[in-house]
Design a protein around this ligand. Structure first.
Ligand SMILES: Nc1ncnc2c1ncn2[C@@H]1O[C@H](COP(=O)(O)OP(=O)(O)OP(=O)(O)O)[C@@H](O)[C@H]1O
Length: 279
């Protein structure tokens, strides 16, 4: 389990975390979302014991992060691989650091390479891999020792659909196997695919927490219907009912588009709530 209570972190005069609290249970995937600069990566650095809070408490399975490093897997936002080292050597290195040896290490490497579609690239140097292959290699380094807390910071940034799906399927499987997963992204559909609960960060704290249905269910989507002579665009909480009512008179239709609420809609709705709660 990962638990953070009331973390504060200042960089000079800038307060990066301002009372950040979050808990991720074993088997749970929490999607941490929020605008650029909200504090997501700063929090991940702390959970990975790369930075210390000025105040507050963070625990990994009841221990401070510095004493639980072997239980944590981190896929940082920016690619951090050795260009001249092969994928297999990366995995041997990271697996070896966590105590995996010989047959155990070999079979973890084979299983993970298959899951992340890296088998054909195991003996290629990281520097000659495509961006997506590097992303998958980086995730594999985080996963090789079967960590009980998995921290993934925008692991699919710039990834093609194949890479994205391989990563999402592997993360889902690890959560099913009992890992507590913290996953940051700017893509809402990934969190739906992961069946993640959502934590929204803003200005260094978590301002909302719940399932996608809780947080997005009451937000309006949008229905756009192009008729022969006009285009009708309606903001609605019930797109299906709106669509049925727009189409019921049988007018010829050239196109229909239904837009579900996005993360931007969620941030906007929370900004309004926040302003009200501060007033
Ligand atoms: N080492 C550092 N020194 C100074 N300021 C920092 C440092 N690390 C982060 N910050 C600042 O702290 C704030 C939070 O940054 P952080 O990287 O945690 O945001 P984020 O939510 O991960 O954003 P993004 O979505 O862009 O990755 C930002 O204003 C950033 O500029």
């Amino acid at each position: 389990m990962l638990e953070a209570i009331d973390l504060v972190k200042n960089y000079g005069t800038l307060r990066a975390l301002d009372g950040f609290s979050l808990r991720v249970e074993p088997g749970e995937i929490v999607g941490l979302v929020g605008h650029n600069g909200a504090g997501k990566s700063t929090f991940i650095s702390m959970a990975a014991s790369l930075a210390r809070p000025d105040s507050g408490r963070i625990m990994i399975e009841g221990r401070p992060p510095g004493k639980a490093r072997d239980r944590v897997g981190v896929a940082p936002q920016h690619i951090a691989l050795y260009p001249s080292v092969t994928v297999r050597e990366h995995l041997r290195l990271f697996g070896g650091l966590s105590g995996l040896r010989r047959g155990g290490l070999r079979s973890e490497i084979d299983d993970l390479a298959a899951a992340l579609r890296l088998t054909a690239f195991l003996d290629r140097r990281a520097g000659v891999l495509s961006g997506g292959q590097q992303r998958r290699t980086q995730a594999a380094c985080a996963l090789i020792h079967r960590p009980s807390v998995l921290l993934m910071d925008e692991p699919t940034a710039g990834a093609d659909p194949e890479t994205r799906q391989a990563l999402l399927d592997t993360v889902k499987q690890r959560a099913t196997d009992g890992a507590a997963v913290l996953y940051t992204t700017h893509y809402l559909p990934e969190l739906t695919d992961l069946r993640a609960t959502i934590a929204v960060a803003r200005a260094g704290r978590v301002i909302a927490r719940g399932t996608a249905e809780d947080l997005l269910g009451r937000l309006p989507g949008e229905v756009v219907v192009a008729f022969d002579d006009e285009q009708v665009r309606i903001s609605t909480a019930d797109p299906t009912a709106t669509l049925v009512s727009l189409l019921h008179d049988g007018r010829p239709v050239r196109g229909v588009e239904v837009r579900n609420p996005s993360l931007d809609d969620l941030y906007r709705s929370l900004a309004v709530t926040d302003v009200h709660s501060n007033s």
